[in-house]
Design a protein around this ligand. Structure first.
Ligand code: URP
Ligand code: ZN
Ligand code: ZN
Length: 478
């Protein structure tokens, strides 16, 4: 056995596939031994029979992503990864976004400059492909995939990002040839624009109308279209941030047909509803994200789909804009009509505690499914497994010791992002990470951030393994 430089003793360890009591031996930032009675070591942490889980992998978050002026994201790689670490996440995968007319390689180089020396936990990049020119398809993307950027998001909405169906086919075709993963934001752009114009003409410009401009049918149609396009090409895709029952129905239908369709959901679709967009004054802007949160019946559908294996990934979709800020939810310092409110809500730090409390402790999902959804599956999906997403000899010592019984009332004051609100203010939950280790280094302990900017390393992603994702067993009551 390698000489240990850390032992985490008396752990109740859980991964996606096993639960056991053991000590965890770490050398050079990696797990090297699991077992009872590991030799004494100069550095020891007593887990005291508490739960130790793999560090979370947040595979959908936006950090310091270039935005059209005057918008600017509140979190950069320093504040974003700090917040993630304090909530038990040890890997983030944000997006290097191509602007139309820009080369993808330039977008990646710029994003590396933004990240350099700032992250306190490890990170990889997805790409956002907004301009799949012949050169991008023939040269840039294949080259970047080989260099470790193996997943890319494409949009069916947002004027500055959306692709036509033909462009989507081009990108999917390339992904099939190279074995890469396409992530799809599925909402029908023209329908949203048409509905938005009608609502604005009728004087309905408040944040609450954001939900009416993007009803479930808009997401359902685009989800079905994305599935049909992927079927034509015969390529796996992942539908991101699925909000409710209608889109889920399409995904279930596709999965039942044997199509290689994967799906992701986020805390906002379990815990927020469209009523949050109608908060007094302009405060609903805080919950403007796309697709929008739906209703309680829809939340129940998302829970059911999480428990029955429709979703393989649970991400935050952290998109950080401050509320009282001319670069944020009040662009230029004004309360604007809903189509001009920057989309997105913060959630890197609360993602794991929310799902642990409301999912595991309330019996809606089991512990192994929690680990699969929040760590193992995203690591597999994006080619980082088993370095990330599990606790096994050879994996990085990214460990989270959970304080399962700790009662927490979420307040923005206690969070570590640079956003001036959380949509979950005042929510009472149970459980929070007591300690987070990133490659064996303490980054969060006893309610204090202990990380160091620059500790986090860039990781190249391998090719995705969608066929090997753990399917969560259907519940008997389904
Ligand atoms: O509203 C959202 N989801 N904002 C972030 C960007 C995206 O589409 O994921
Ligand atoms: Zn999106
Ligand atoms: Zn997003």
């Amino acid at each position: 056995m390698a000489r240990l430089d850390l032992v985490v003793r008396n752990a109740r360890l859980a991964t996606e596939s096993e639960e056991r009591r053991c000590d965890i031996g770490v050398a050079d930032g990696r797990v090297v031994a699991l077992g009872a009675g590991l030799p004494k070591c100069a550095r020891e942490i007593d887990a005291g029979e508490r739960l130790v889980l793999p560090g979370g992998v947040d595979a959908h978050c936006h950090l310091d992503q270039p935005m059209p002026a005057p918008m600017k994201m509140a979190d950069d790689f320093a504040s974003g990864t700090r917040s993630a670490a304090c909530g038990g996440t040890t890997t983030v995968i944000p997006f290097a976004a191509q602007a139309k007319g820009q080369s993808l390689a330039a977008a990646v180089a710029d994003y590396h400059r933004r990240a350099e020396g700032k992250a306190c936990i490890d990170y990889a990049f997805h790409l956002i492909v907004s301009d799949p020119t012949p050169r991008v398809l023939a040269e840039e993307l294949p080259g970047l995939i080989r260099e470790g950027y193996t997943s890319f998001k494409i949009y069916m909405t947002y004027d500055d990002l959306r692709l036509s169906d033909r462009e989507m086919l081009d990108v999917m075709d390339l992904a099939r040839r190279e074995g890469a993963m396409v992530m799809v934001h599925a909402e029908n752009s023209d329908a949203i624009a048409w509905l938005s114009d009608k609502l604005i003409a009728a004087g309905r410009s408040a944040p609450a109308h954001h939900a009416a401009a993007r009803p479930p049918a808009v997401e359902r149609e685009a989800t079905h279209r994305a599935i049909a396009l992927s079927e034509l090409i015969d390529v796996p895709i992942l539908i991101v941030h699925v909000s409710g029952g209608e889109a889920i129905e399409q995904i279930r239908w596709a999965q039942a047909r044997g199509l290689n369709i994967h799906a992701e959901t986020c805390p906002q679709y379990l815990l927020l509803t469209a009523a949050h967009l109608g908060a007094a004054g302009y405060h609903g802007a805080k919950c403007v994200c796309s697709p929008p949160p739906r209703d309680e019946a829809s939340q129940a559908e998302v829970w059911r789909a999480l428990a029955s294996g429709v979703f393989s990934v649970f991400s935050s979709d952290h998109a950080p804009f401050r509320y009282e800020d001319p670069h944020g939810k009040k662009p230029g310092g004004r309360e604007v009509a809903f189509p001009h409110i920057p989309n997105g809500i913060p959630g890197l730090e609360t993602r794991l505690p929310l799902l642990f409390s409301e999912g595991v402790l309330k019996g809606r999902i089991d512990l192994r499914s929690f680990v699969a959804l929040t760590a193992a599956n995203p690591a597999r999906m994006y080619g980082l497994y088993p370095r990330k997403g599990t606790i096994a000899p050879g994996s990085d010592a990214d460990l989270v010791l959970w304080d399962e019984r700790r009662e927490v009332t979420i307040t923005n004051d206690a969070l570590h992002h640079a956003v001036d609100y959380t949509p979950y203010e005042g929510l009472r939950i149970t459980g929070w990470p007591a300690l987070t280790l990133s490659r064996g280094e303490v980054v969060w302990k006893d309610g204090e951030f202990r990380g160091t900017a620059g500790h986090g390393q860039f990781m190249k992603c391998g090719l995705p393994e969608p066929a090997r994702l753990r399917r969560i067993a259907a519940r008997s009551w389904e």
